[in-house]
Design a protein around this ligand. Sequence first.
Ligand code: HEC
Ligand code: HEC
Ligand code: HEC
Ligand code: HEC
Ligand code: HEC
Ligand code: HEC
Ligand code: HEC
Ligand code: HEC
Length: 469
Amino acid sequence: MKRVLILSVLMCTLFFLYSFPSGVVAQNQPAPNQAKVKEFRIERSIPKEGIACIECHKKENPGIFTDWAHSRHASANITCIDCHRAEEFDPDVSKAHFKQYERSDQPYGKPEYKVPISAIVTPKDCSRCHPDEVKQYSRSKHANTLQIVWKVDPWMNKGMNSDNERTTGCYHCHGSIVKIKDGKLTADTWPSVGVGRINPDGSKGSCTSCHTRHRFSVAEARKPEACGQCHLGPDHPQIEIFTESKHGDIYASYGKDYNWNAAPGTWTPGVDYRGPVCASCHISGSGTVLTTHDVTERLSWELQAPLTVHPENFKPFPAKTNWKVERQKMESICMQCHSKLWVTNHFAQLDKTVQEYNDVYFKPAKKMLTQMYEKGLLDKSRFFDEEPEFLFYELWHHEGRRNRMGVAMAGPDYAWWHGAYDMKPKFNHFMKECLEAIKTGKPIYKYTFYPNATGDTTKPKQVLPQPAK
Ligand code: HEC
Ligand code: HEC
Ligand code: HEC
Ligand code: HEC
Ligand code: HEC
Ligand code: HEC
Ligand code: HEC
Ligand code: HEC
């Protein structure tokens, strides 16, 4: 209905412009308050090389073919070749694939259909047709996470895990640095669809983190499960918090009736869904707030950081936002369904939580840790090889985050039982260990047989800040 309306408005405008003398048409600039008309470049006909991909892969990988055939891309004649085509000299070109065009068992396995292809399809490839989404994504923390990880994380900087533990753990969520050896993607870097994957063409990310191939569905990305594959567990339990919140209850009861397939940018609170999910608050447009692929927008705090600061003051990756503006955006999303007082008071509770966490738990613990290093009772050369280091880490990284995140997203069990409640024994235990060492002057026991602390500690050149030109 909406679409038909937009189309007819457009057609009337076109007719209107066309029927005027050319001098008037020259003012064909959209007024500043007029929504930008989205442009798509669509190649209407499919080249014979493109038909070959479809016909052969329909037999070879029916799963891939069927997903693609059900996608919006297929209905717009966007085919395999539009995304996978490469140049002969590209580093990521699949050398093995050329052999597919020397097959006698397949009608399309002939040299006349031959084109270079690559298995990797990066945000840069999508940007040909979706420049706005890619631009927003490229400035997000999702895209730049490897840089942040290598700046702040002792697991990496002190080599406290093995390269394989990183490949199979960290990089599946955060993204690998894709490497190619002898024309093949290497097993230690591929597959990976982590949010900040660094691609051979220099672009960052993998759009399939949320829009799995080959459906590339908006409906799927809107569902909380799309986020929950990474946003879970003891240190960032957003999916658990959401599930226990009233919003999550409503999703459990009514989610099957939500209009997940509303056209991009038109998904409307109250009309298409009754209770918000992750995407409603962090990505999708709502009221006057526009859709964004930069999840750092709409945030007023760095709730995952050891000391909670505003995003623009987060030194490892200062956001180019102003927290007050972002707070207003988030509040106006809530106000699609809640009154102002409800929302203001919710955020007053969050701000109070942040202040208590910082002043009562984090700062005193941090002061004690510094003192322990100064007195030589803890060894600074490695992190995680002494008990108080682990306790300190878990205080902010596990319980402390759960407490702050629980309050932010209205999950009281995480705010208190998994949060503030758990911080108390952790804090006491940490202080006890340190005070005892200070009293006796005896350095803390060091784990001598630290298992698998073999990870490479050289920062990969791809994640280093680019040298100034
Ligand atoms: C004659 C059959 C045939 C044709 C035509 C063909 N492919 Fe393939 N392709 C295959 C087979 C078989 C494989 C799997 C090879 C393997 O498992 O090692 C493959 C693998 C791939 C891969 C994965 C490559 C990798 O390195 O992992 C991609 C991507 C791909 N094809 C895309 C395309 C595209 C795009 C086209 C059209 C330009 C195309 N294919 C045409 C048979 C074909
Ligand atoms: C809209 C872009 C797009 C279109 C259209 C598309 N692909 Fe892909 N394809 C991707 C992306 C993205 C990946 C994931 C690669 C990555 O992580 O970089 C992928 C991965 C693949 C892979 C390797 C991964 C695997 O699971 O083995 C194959 C094979 C493949 N595509 C074949 C095809 C075929 C055949 C078609 C046409 C029927 C097609 N693709 C159409 C974007 C596309
Ligand atoms: C050659 C142009 C082209 C390329 C390349 C392309 N797309 Fe698209 N994409 C389109 C068009 C056109 C549509 C709109 C189809 C419609 O509205 O019916 C679309 C729609 C979409 C949608 C919305 C689907 C829905 O459910 O409404 C998503 C998500 C998407 N593309 C993701 C991607 C990703 C991710 C990549 C890169 C891996 C990519 N596209 C590459 C042209 C392209
Ligand atoms: C299950 C997916 C997953 C795995 C596995 C994982 N992470 Fe994360 N990581 C996340 C998510 C999600 C966040 C965002 C937390 C937030 O904002 O609440 C995050 C946050 C971080 C941050 C904080 C970034 C910042 O902006 O301050 C660092 C550093 C980090 N992870 C490093 C690692 C390292 C190193 C490993 C492996 C030893 C790892 N992660 C394993 C998903 C994961
Ligand atoms: C963190 C999850 C996530 C990632 C990663 C992601 N998207 Fe999306 N995308 C979404 C959600 C959610 C929507 C639905 C927005 C709405 O409700 O209209 C969406 C919508 C879209 C649309 C429909 C038009 C629009 O803007 O609403 C396109 C096109 C698209 N994404 C392309 C991309 C491309 C290209 C990438 C990679 C650079 C990408 N997406 C990565 C979550 C994601
Ligand atoms: C493949 C894993 C993955 C998926 C899927 C994913 N994220 Fe993330 N997300 C991460 C990681 C890793 C980080 C931490 C980035 C950092 O701070 O270094 C993160 C960070 C965030 C942040 C914090 C940004 C900031 O500036 O502190 C938000 C908000 C977020 N994600 C929302 C979402 C939403 C909403 C979805 C689903 C639509 C989603 N994510 C899907 C891995 C993922
Ligand atoms: C009702 C709206 C709402 C829903 C639903 C929601 N969030 Fe949030 N989220 C928030 C608010 C509000 C904050 C705190 C924002 C701030 O910094 O002021 C937040 C914070 C976060 C952060 C912390 C960012 C940081 O500072 O490290 C992440 C990550 C996140 N949300 C991911 C998710 C994921 C994943 C889901 C779904 C499982 C989800 N959110 C559901 C509103 C929501
Ligand atoms: C799409 C509509 C919608 C949006 C958007 C929305 N909420 Fe809600 N929210 C609801 C509904 C419906 C309820 C259930 C009210 C009831 O208990 O009857 C609810 C309940 C709540 C509750 C009560 C939780 C409890 O356990 O009692 C809080 C707090 C809340 N929302 C905060 C927020 C905040 C903060 C935002 C924005 C970040 C937000 N909501 C965005 C619909 C929404």
